[in-house]
Design a protein around this ligand. Structure first.
Ligand code: RB5
Length: 151
């Protein structure tokens, strides 16, 4: 089976971990697209969040966004309608982000998670499917948040 495409992006703080994730995914046979950044030189995380979000929306692929804490990337990414970005620190939350929330972007905080754990979180995220069922309606409610939903 052909493995799906993964779009990766980071700022300077996330750059070293992005390189590790990229190498790991390529080794595992994933087709990867790296939108940058490509060095440790200081840069603005929302720019890379936007690049990844646009590609995820265009292609239907999964995305990975990495900054120092993962917070700026997740806040930026979740401004894009159709993006469900999940900041995960352990394998359980990565699995649940897929099963219940159908997250299409994984955010990681390079300064708060070790490399081995980050790769395990990434694997769990990519290998877990959406459960559907009752979660479909909740995802749809999220998508309608801007248009005055009521309980
Ligand atoms: C960069 O110093 C840092 O602010 C950024 O990587 C991220 O953690 C922001 O949320």
């Amino acid at each position: 089976m052909t493995k799906r495409r993964i779009i990766l992006g980071s700022d300077h703080a996330g750059y070293p971990l992005k390189e590790k994730c990229l190498a790991h995914l390529q080794e595992a046979g994933y087709e990867c697209e790296d939108v940058g950044t490509h060095s440790r030189q200081s840069c603005d995380y929302p720019r890379f969040a936007a690049l990844v979000c646009n590609r995820v929306l265009e292609t239907g692929s999964s995305g990975v966004l990495i900054c120092g804490t993962g917070l700026g990337m997740s806040m930026s990414a979740n401004r894009f309608p159709g993006i469900r970005a999940a900041l995960c620190f352990n394998e359980y939350s990565a699995g649940m982000a897929r099963q219940h929330n159908d997250a299409n972007i994984l955010c990681l905080g390079a300064r708060v998670i070790g490399e081995d754990l980050a790769l395990a979180v990434l694997e769990r995220f990519l290998q877990t499917g959406f459960q559907g069922g009752r979660h479909e309606e909740r995802i749809s409610l999220m998508d309608r948040m801007g248009s005055n939903i009521s309980a």
